[in-house]
Write a protein that binds this ligand. Structure first.
Ligand code: MG
Length: 221
């Protein structure tokens, strides 16, 4: 029997992609960087993915991955203070763009009405992710971040740690997220149930449970 639902945060509840893309284009315009918006967005996304992955692998601290993203984007000669200052210019804009997808609040309402426990399991820094959730007005959703566990998603320890904290068995827990590898395959590897939230229809041939909007989240009674 299903008792709890774990939601990923970035690009599942929070439209991280849009906020990051708008922020980097504005920041690049302030700096007078060459290249059109598509080029700027792609370069920042590439640098961000690369160094955030290193943070997830515990090769860099949270602060170091921010600096490395800036250096790859703007130039490797930046010292720590300069990199921090530049990241701050991006971050202010990124935070200003934080918003939930329109299907989030109705879905959370249905989850609660059906009597399921709900929480967020996110790869990231606990205090930064908690700040996002507070700003989004999702205060009653407990937030569990990979920085609090021995490893992040897709490592089974992240999912098992989250289930233990909620006091539910993995088989009684459903993970909902946009990453096929981190959220879905990771959860299944730890014996949770999982639904892929494929908002941009990127995995049409995925054979497991897949939805393209949280309005279609299946809630067994
Ligand atoms: Mg995500």
């Amino acid at each position: 029997m299903l008792r709890a639902i774990l939601f990923d945060l970035d690009d599942t509840l929070l439209d991280h992609h849009s906020a990051a893309a708008a922020a980097v284009v504005d920041w690049a315009a302030e700096l007078g960087l060459a290249g059109g918006p598509d080029h700027v967005r792609a370069r920042w996304a590439e640098a961000s993915d690369r160094h955030y992955r290193r943070y997830q692998a515990r090769e860099l601290t949270f602060v170091e991955q921010r600096r490395e993203r800036v250096r790859e984007f703007l130039g490797h000669n930046l010292d720590d203070a300069e990199a921090d200052d530049q990241f701050g210019r991006y971050l202010t804009r990124y935070e200003a763009g934080w918003a939930v997808f329109p299907d989030v609040r109705p879905a959370l309402g249905r989850v609660r009405a059906a009597g399921f426990a709900a929480a967020i399991l996110t790869n990231g820094d606990a205090s930064h992710q908690a700040l996002k959730v507070r700003r989004l007005g999702l205060r009653d959703l407990p937030v569990m971040a990979s920085s609090e566990f021995p490893a992040g998603k897709p490592d089974p320890r992240a999912f098992l740690g989250a289930c233990a904290r909620l006091g539910v068995a993995p088989a009684e827990t459903l993970m909902v997220g946009d990453s096929l590898d981190n959220d879905v395959r990771g959860a299944e590897g730890a014996d949770l149930q999982a639904v892929l939230l494929d908002r941009h229809d990127q995995h049409p041939s995925y054979e497991g449970p897949r939805i393209t909007t949280l309005h279609d989240l299946p809630l067994p009674i």
